[in-house]
Design a protein around this ligand. Structure first.
Ligand code: SAH
Length: 206
């Protein structure tokens, strides 16, 4: 799996080492496990959701420029796999999942795999995690139609946000943004296809 990710152009050794270390199959619910657990494609985790293709997980992690001790917010915990990769790289991880069963699954697997320091919240990612803000990095693994305003507010100056933005059902732009002088500067864009970020109680920002 790591050889393939490297061949696709991810060069950050810390990212590749973390991807080699985290046991991806453990995050896939047993009913969905199989020989393709380390293949370069998304894996189903139930409730119509998937863990992203390993290359995309690696790409997003690389773009976030994770450093040990960095405070990172993930929106869309899903299986907990991306959170485990971030934690392996030394990030202090806060992650939010809107489907309670998935949040519970992620909490259990993260604890069993030695990542009990990852904080998992069941809730609406559009709200972010105000009590823990500001974050040095924000990674969104479901696609909102527009950049959620509260997440921008909770990003630290100099921090990076990596997220797919665009309509559900079509392709989206996976955007890397950096906050500089309160403004967002676009660093990178890749066309992707993600599950939608569903509106919770709140409305997406305009
Ligand atoms: N990062 C995950 C994969 C996430 S799939 C992993 O490594 O396994 C996207 C997830 O985003 C799904 O679990 C979905 O339920 C969740 N999601 C969708 N809308 C959300 C919202 N508004 N707030 C929080 N999570 C949301």
């Amino acid at each position: 799996m790591v050889r393939q990710i490297r061949a696709y152009g991810v060069t950050n050794e810390a990212v590749l080492a973390a991807m080699a270390r985290v046991r991806r199959h453990r995050f896939i619910p047993e009913a969905y496990r199989g020989p393709g657990d380390y293949g370069d494609h998304p894996s189903p985790i139930g409730f119509g959701q998937t863990i992203s293709q390993p290359y995309i997980v690696a790409y997003m992690t690389e773009r976030l420029r994770v450093r040990p001790g960095m405070k990172v917010l993930e929106v869309g915990t899903g299986s907990g796999y991306q959170a485990a990769v971030l934690a392996t790289m030394g990030a202090e991880v806060y992650t939010i999942e809107i489907i309670p069963e998935l949040a519970e699954h992620a909490r259990k697997v993260l604890a069993a795999e030695g990542f009990s320091q990852v904080r998992v919240r069941t809730g609406d990612g559009y709200e972010g995690w105000p009590e823990a803000a500001p974050f040095d990095g924000i990674i969104v693994t479901c696609a909102p139609p527009e950049i959620p305003r509260k997440l921008v507010e909770q990003l630290a100056e100099g921090g990076r946000m990596v997220l797919p933005v665009g309509p559900s059902g079509g392709t989206q732009d996976l955007i890397t943004l950096r906050k500089e002088g309160g403004e967002l500067v676009k660093e990178d864009v890749l066309p992707v296809r993600f599950v939608p970020m569903v509106p919770g109680s709140s409305r997406p920002a305009r």
